[in-house]
Design a protein around this ligand. Structure first.
Ligand SMILES: C[S@@+](CC[C@H](N)C(=O)[O-])C[C@H]1O[C@@H](n2cnc3c(N)ncnc32)[C@H](O)[C@@H]1O
Length: 313
């Protein structure tokens, strides 16, 4: 099969919404080329250093690349992607140069193009994420290993917004907690919650591809008996109460359901929010406080913020 590579020259702030647009358009394997990566050591868990080619990176901003199958709808799909990206300015998202380039690649190039960036990664004290196609031997007996095939849904697990969510889950989740994962994507946070000891996790996503991907990945990690994945718009119509809610979605979306999250938490329950670009930190903090939450922690990785809030006892 022939594949078309779509490359968007944009800003760091726009990576996540553009990745979402690409996934929603049926793209496989989104790749981010951020020139800051050139200044880090790239070592696999097997100790091999792999080289990145500076020619693949822009001098400023980032490239977001994805792969679309070449079929008769390609032209329309690309037009829709361009339109959705331009619409992001309405949400105050800086889309930078917004140069879009299309080129054709063959299947082999496509497979290696995105998989070469995705290696086993140690995310936190306990959690390591490994792609399904890599063999991995745990380093310690209490290491939690999440196996992921992100397929077409968001979430290789290594995006700063996901890493911040995983680190907060590790810190705040208690054995036997009931958890709601709002915007589950590949299911990475639901799997982590199950492996950290949650009794039951209800995962919601608006995108059917993401719901399917959560189901596949929870099965792959043998936690599907505790993760119930379904299609839902945020917490609309959900009536059950929980000990912890985790949501890695954009700030603009989080602020739409802080009241519902407060309602759906038991007293003392924790709301882990992520996917918040630095400039929107105060907006989310303020909205959480207005809904009745206490802010207990704010963490940052690159330009991304995660806010942990608590419903008073
Ligand atoms: C940034 S991804 C996070 C995926 C995964 N939880 C992670 O941390 O890697 C956000 C997810 O939220 C979903 N989403 C966006 N708007 C939503 C809504 N209104 N209701 C439910 N899910 C939504 C998207 O489809 C996407 O899968």
């Amino acid at each position: 099969m022939k594949w078309s590579e779509i490359k968007i020259h944009t800003t760091n702030e726009a990576i996540e919404p553009i990745s979402n647009i690409l996934h929603e358009s049926g793209a496989s394997g989104v790749v981010i080329e951020d020139p800051r990566d050139l200044f880090q050591d790239h070592v696999t868990l097997y100790g091999t250093i792999y080289e990145l080619d500076p020619n693949d990176y822009p001098e400023e901003g980032v490239y977001v690349k994805a792969y679309l199958p070449v079929n008769s709808f390609l032209g329309e799909t690309v037009d829709e992607i361009k339109q959705s990206i331009s619409n992001l300015v309405q949400f105050d998202i800086d889309i930078g140069k917004n140069q879009v380039t299309i080129s054709e690649v063959n299947e082999e190039e496509w497979a290696t193009a995105w998989k070469k960036y995705y290696k086993p990664v140690k995310i936190s004290e306990k959690i390591t994420i490994i792609p399904t196609w890599e063999d991995y031997t745990p380093v310690s007996s209490d290491e939690i290993i999440i196996e992921l095939d992100p397929g077409m849904a968001f979430g290789t697990g290594t995006h700063p917004t996901t890493v911040l969510s995983l680190q907060a889950l590790e810190q705040y989740l208690h054995e036997d907690d009931i958890v709601l994962d709002v915007g589950s994507g590949s299911g990475v946070l639901s799997i982590a919650a199950a492996l950290l000891g949650a009794k039951k996790i209800f995962s919601y996503d608006l995108d059917e591809v993401a719901v399917k991907s959560t189901q596949i990945n929870t099965k792959l990690n043998k936690v599907n008996d505790r993760v119930d994945a379904s299609k839902n718009n945020l917490l609309e119509g959900i009536t059950s109460t929980s000990d912890l809610i985790v949501s890695n979605i954009l700030a603009e979306i989080i602020v739409q359901f802080t009241d519902d999250a407060f309602e759906r938490l038991k007293p003392g329950g924790v709301f882990i929010t992520s996917g918040i670009i630095k400039a929107k930190k105060d907006l989310v903090k303020q909205t959480l406080v207005e809904s009745g939450f206490e802010i207990i922690e704010v963490n940052q990785m690159e330009d991304w913020i995660s806010i942990v809030a608590k419903k008073p006892e």
